[in-house]
Design a protein around this ligand. Structure first.
Ligand SMILES: [Zn+2]
Ligand SMILES: [Zn+2]
Length: 133
């Protein structure tokens, strides 16, 4: 997980033309801390510090940061989408029992035999190590 300081989060937002509001910074902080997190869980975690924040506000901010490609949406088969800070190309391993999401290192060059790869959006489903016991 890339470490993101609040200064670098502010710069990340500004570089994409978004205002670094306290709400956006709080959302980014939770995403960075958890790695992959759903909107519902972001809401549960930040409403202590922002008692007046609504789920709709979080959705709106998530959408603008997603459109600005600051965060990335992970669509799982069974659970609600999760969000992560956009980072270098990787795939996702999703556990079908606990719905945990794990980053998998992957290289565009691995697929160069098929042509020029522009984007990788790859999910693998299975049972994670924790659930296998
Ligand atoms: Zn699991
Ligand atoms: Zn990821």
């Amino acid at each position: 997980m890339d470490k993101l300081t609040s200064t670098s989060m502010q710069e990340l937002l500004k570089a994409q033309g978004l205002k670094a509001t306290p709400q956006r910074l709080a959302i980014l902080k939770e995403i960075a801390k958890e790695g992959h997190i759903s909107v519902d869980n972001i809401y549960l975690k930040i409403k202590n510090n922002f008692p007046s924040i609504s789920l709709a506000t979080i959705y709106k901010n998530i959408k603008s940061m997603k459109d600005a490609e600051i965060i990335y949406e992970i669509n799982t088969q069974d659970s609600k989408p999760k969000y992560e800070i956009k980072k270098k190309t990787h795939a996702h391993f999703i556990c079908q029992l606990c719905n945990s999401v794990e980053d998998m290192e992957i290289n565009k060059d691995d697929f160069k035999n098929y042509g020029d790869i522009n984007e990788i959006d790859l999910y693998l489903y299975g049972i994670c190590k924790k659930c296998k016991i």
